[in-house]
Design a protein around this ligand. Sequence first.
Ligand code: ANZ
Ligand code: ZN
Length: 864
Amino acid sequence: TVPPEEVNLVEIGQKWKSKVLRGPTVQNVTEKKKKYILSMFPYPSGSLHIGHLRVYTITDALNRFYKLNGYQVLHPMGWDAFGLPAENAAIERQIGPASWTQQNIAKMKQQLNSMLANFDWDREVTTCSPDYYKFTQKIFLELHKHGLAYQKDAEINWDPVDQTVLANEQVDSQGRSWRSGAVVEKRKLKQWFLGITKFAHSLQKDLQLLDEWPQNVKTMQKNWIGESYGTEVKFPLSQKDSGQITVFTTRVETVFSVQYIALATKHPLVEKAALSDPGLKNFLKHAESLPEDSKEGYLLNSIHAQHPLLSASKKEVPVFVAPYVLSTYGHGAVMGCPAHDQRDFTFWKHNMPKIEMRPTVVPKNDSPAALRELPYVGKSGVINCPGSDFDGMDTQVASQAIATALEQKGMGKATVTYKLRDWLISRQRFWGAPIPIIHCDDCGSVPVPEQDLPVRLPAVGSLAGKGSSLKTMHEFVNTTCPSCGSPAKRETDTMDTFMDSSWYFFRYTDPKNTEKPFGFDVASKNLPVDLYIGGIEHAILHLLYSRFISKFLASVGKWGDKLGNGEPFKKLVTQGMVHGRTLIDPETGRFLKSDEVTSIEGDDLIIKATGQKPSVAYEKMSKSKYNGADPDLCIQTHGADATRAHILFQAPISEILSWDEAKIVGVERWLHKVIKLTRKSAIKDSAVNDMKAPTASDHEICFFNDVQKLLKSITFSFTESLSLNTVVSDYMKLTNLIENAHHSKLINSTLLTKSLKILITSMYPITPTVAEEAFSILSGSKSNGWNLYVWPEAEAIKESELVNYQVVINGKMRFTHNAATSFINDKDSAIKTLLSSKDGQKYLSGKSIKRVIMRNKVISFVVN
Ligand code: ANZ
Ligand code: ZN
């Protein structure tokens, strides 16, 4: 209704931008109260997308909130700048990856400024800069010194598109590369690994300390680490002194039902047997194309195993090769119990259909004869193995007793197994931190001496082509051995970029340190990170690697937290994705560009060409669906404050945000209202000398209480629930409350102005330029010691005897009116008040009043 040119949010944004970017000037910062607020640093791809905008708006709002509350806030920003996309883009554009990366960083920094993010730019880190990767290399050498970085021949995942190996964590369940999407090939190569499995137990156990992490992330990590308690059992081979097969089992009480042993195709005994068994050789070839749940098997004629606990007559156990046995889990060997395990059951039926199964665990309270349904996989039961020492025992007792018996015979022991493998960090690509090792024919792999760090990447104008690696750069490769001085060769693999990002949050605490990655005191003071925000896609990868490196660094005394568990992130929030409005032609199923539709009455859309309504859906943004949103454009059109508030208002931070720019009008209207209300109050403030009696009226008490309740709710949302969408809706409620009070003329102007100031200060974290503008308007007349950068403390709720009167007009309940119990004592004055209230005007103006009845809490009008 008011012409929009009256309030120009874009102009207000520009006017206050530089001041707001510097952040609030806070006087009473206490050393004791610290907050480390961190967002996962971006990959400098060249442009900020709307998902980035969402995360940085969240952290910036919290950053400003805590600063206003006197906290020393660490809110840094940096760049995860090594990696394949930069390398590929540089090859395409015929420029060096370093300069391409620098260009992108400059552009994205400008975008971060236009969204008004107040970062500690003096702490900026860039992982591809030599003064950063020097210390990535140092940490690698520290791991090496402790035996946690080693080279070994391994069957690895090879990405044929990106021409590099990948860590297990970077291959999805379909066997595809997380980045290129290519089907990963298996190759045997000598590679560098980090000993993350040495930390497997504490990585698993300490998940339970992370009570401020989302449960789903913890569950994913737990499953990935896969800690499993069980027993190692040895089955000697029949031919004397020819060795034994070790299996891992979690169900040792089923040991008497073992009817076969199955070996993984990569088991050393299998590889040996294949040398003299052409049938096996063929099977192994065939097995390469079999799925992991295949029931096929190959019976080995040359090997027979012996049961470690059974009498001589039942001792012999056949040995199979089976693709369902994983070579990388346990010992790559399984004791097959067809009667008690589903997979073993299926395998047995397929390969040995004629031989009966041998159940030895019986459901409780059941006779052995009742055991017809196989496999029986229940865990509570009784051992049914006549002649053994364990016959009749409860399974729980039996499993202990059997493990002890095996141990006494030297045929087994209790053990823990993990699914987690060591972290493969070698990459055969150029754009990464070189692994600081020199290979010498005489001395082996020699660490680069500390004073020679960093091992610099050669400065290249442009890269030759895909798969170009340090291997081809002879000046880099050829060097001398630091140990004996003879000619030697540098390691040409670079590190996985997840190594760069596994410690950057330490570097932020001490970014200018030239001696070491970071100082003990400053890191210990600032870590753990109080709040870490990032994408769920890192639930395993980055978050697991960071926990590992942090625990390692703590274990070698590089930092220490109060709890002593080396956990880097106290609270974790995974922000929801931003989905874009996707328009589809219902006839053809084609995705429509936004200029192919036009809006008609009531915001409805029609397709220009056909006049039909498009189908509308919200989906992951992608170029092919024309559903992307450009943050720059949104900020240019609506201003940064409206954009920030809109982003937060539309969805709780952990949930999917369906981005619809058109809906931003709601937030815009509210911000206009705030500015106009402030202007009106400023005039009133200077004109009216406050002559009100010091005792507040019931209306004023009620209004005061409502303001305090909203302020409490806003504070709670920032500190406890992080429901920033509620914060914005509370702002709106508070604005309306003040506006109505302003119109009602029932609230004295001191209280009104005070409440308006509460609103303006509390808006500062999310809409800082509007807050600055409103502050300057109001303090022009009288600031009365009001400091925009001090968070208002909610005051105690005041007692009042207010009643919520129901106003009924011609028998219909129309509105409620809050007033004192004494309100209806003076009937005439009550009617007058009601007629002049906003609702009263709406329902009663122009009507002639026949009768008014006031009884209890109901005021009844009869009108014409
Ligand atoms: C005998 C048995 C009897 C088993 C029974 C289970 C049930 P989790 O819990 O995941 O650790 N296993 C051991 N090594 C394996 C490998 N390399 N590939 C495939 N399977 C393997 O699983 C442990 C169980 O998985 C082990 O316990 C073993 O089968 C199987 F009624 O041993 B069990
Ligand atoms: Zn040497």
